[in-house]
Design a protein around this ligand. Structure first.
Ligand code: WQD
Length: 356
């Protein structure tokens, strides 16, 4: 494996106290990168970085900062010599995005423009962008490859991801110095195997796995399964669930790719390549955790697609990356986090300097 050569490289991570961001920082610190990270803490807790420190024995530098505050972002680039940027920070609730489109365009798109302008001003052109399989809309064929058309997206959240990808593509055409990888995640689930770090949103969530967890610990009476009449093996929706630590290693692989090669703009699917139905996930969870998940079958959820799973050959070959965690491990690691932190984890306040 091609290690980064010394001196140590610094990665600027936006959204570092969030679910994917915090797990990615564990791998970045373990791989020997320095990490400077920001978050506006609107849907995460600074305690996540305390847990990152417990796991890795290292602390990222953290600033509470919103990407809409462009001046502070510039100050951070002026203060630290940044080699790479990984951009996670975004609002990502599909339903909320339909209710408040302007907030989503402002936060996700304008926020990204502020970040890009700060990078440009400080001559930083290496960027990994957190994108989503949602940009594919309703797939015309499965498994889905990066060549599948993007853009016919029905929800605002997915449209912001699509527009940002198009903006980054235009940027790399206009200025050859840009070196950008967009990673299209499928359905992130699971938690760090230590049970010390996991998905810990401050806002309500609507995703399947966390909801199953709430039913398993008795916080919710039962699971509502949206749609049982889909053209799938058992009639329920099919998705490509991927362990959050596989996503983390995918980002480290993308940094190595950017370090070794100047590729302007490329996209890669990060999934397992395996389609799993809602009922399959419920059954696997029950057998792994020895719990019973009672559920009721309800009509389809507005905007849901039938099935989505990835062709991951491009990432396998070009990023030398593949997933390592299977569905059973995703359930085991999620359950360990859920049961070790039933009422949310005690928050260890991490010291974070303000930007002078
Ligand atoms: C998965 C399956 C539901 C909840 C969204 C975003 C995507 C990404 C992941 C941000 C579907 C079914 C769910 C429940 C259910 N988000 N379900 N009962 O909609 O595939 O993807 O989250 O990056 O961009 O679009 O994820 O977990 O909501 O749903 O039956 O209570 O579970 O119908 O088939 P989704 P999900």
């Amino acid at each position: 494996k091609t290690k980064m050569s010394a001196p140590t490289k610094t990665v600027f991570v936006t959204g570092g106290t969030g679910y994917i961001g915090s797990h990615c920082i564990v791998d970045l610190l373990t791989e020997g990168y320095q990490v400077v990270t920001i978050d506006n803490l609107t849907n995460s807790r600074v305690g996540a970085l305390g847990r990152v420190a417990e796991i890795t024995g290292k602390r990222p530098i953290f600033y509470q900062c919103d990407l809409l505050d462009g001046n502070t972002v510039h100050k951070i680039f002026a203060k630290h010599k940044i080699d790479f940027v990984i951009h996670f920070a975004a609002m990502k609730a599909v339903g909320e995005s339909m209710q408040f489109p302007l907030i989503y365009y402002k936060n996700n798109v304008i926020g990204t423009i502020n970040l890009i302008e700060a990078m440009k001003a400080h001559h930083v052109y290496n960027l990994v962008f957190s994108s989503s399989c949602t940009v594919y809309g309703d797939p015309e064929h499965l498994p889905i490859t990066e060549q599948h058309p993007t853009g016919n997206v029905t929800n605002v959240y997915g449209r912001t991801k699509y527009l940002i990808e198009e903006m980054l593509k235009d940027l790399s055409r206009a200025d050859e110095k840009w070196n950008i990888i967009a990673l299209r995640y499928f359905n992130p689930v699971g938690a760090h195997p230590s049970g010390r770090l996991g998905e810990d949103p401050t806002k309500a969530f609507t995703n399947l796995m966390p909801y199953i967890g709430q039913v398993a610990i008795g916080k919710k009476p039962n699971l509502t399964i949206f749609g049982s009449d889909y053209n799938t093996p058992d009639g329920t929706g099919v998705r490509d669930y991927i362990h959050v630590m596989d996503l983390a290693s995918g980002h480290v692989a993308a940094l190595t790719k950017l370090y070794l090669e100047h590729l302007k703009f490329k996209t890669y699917n990060l999934g397992t390549g395996e389609g799993v139905s809602v009922l399959q996930l419920v059954k696997t969870f029950e057998s792994v955790t020895n719990t019973t998940i009672t559920y009721n079958l309800q009509p389809r959820r507005e905007g849901d697609i039938v099935a989505m799973y990835a062709n991951t050959q491009l990432a396998n070959i070009q990023l030398k990356w593949t997933h390592k965690y299977n569905l059973k491990m995703m359930c085991e690691d999620f359950w360990r986090w859920q049961t070790m932190n039933p009422n949310g984890y005690r928050t260890i306040v991490v010291y974070y300097p303000t930007v002078r």
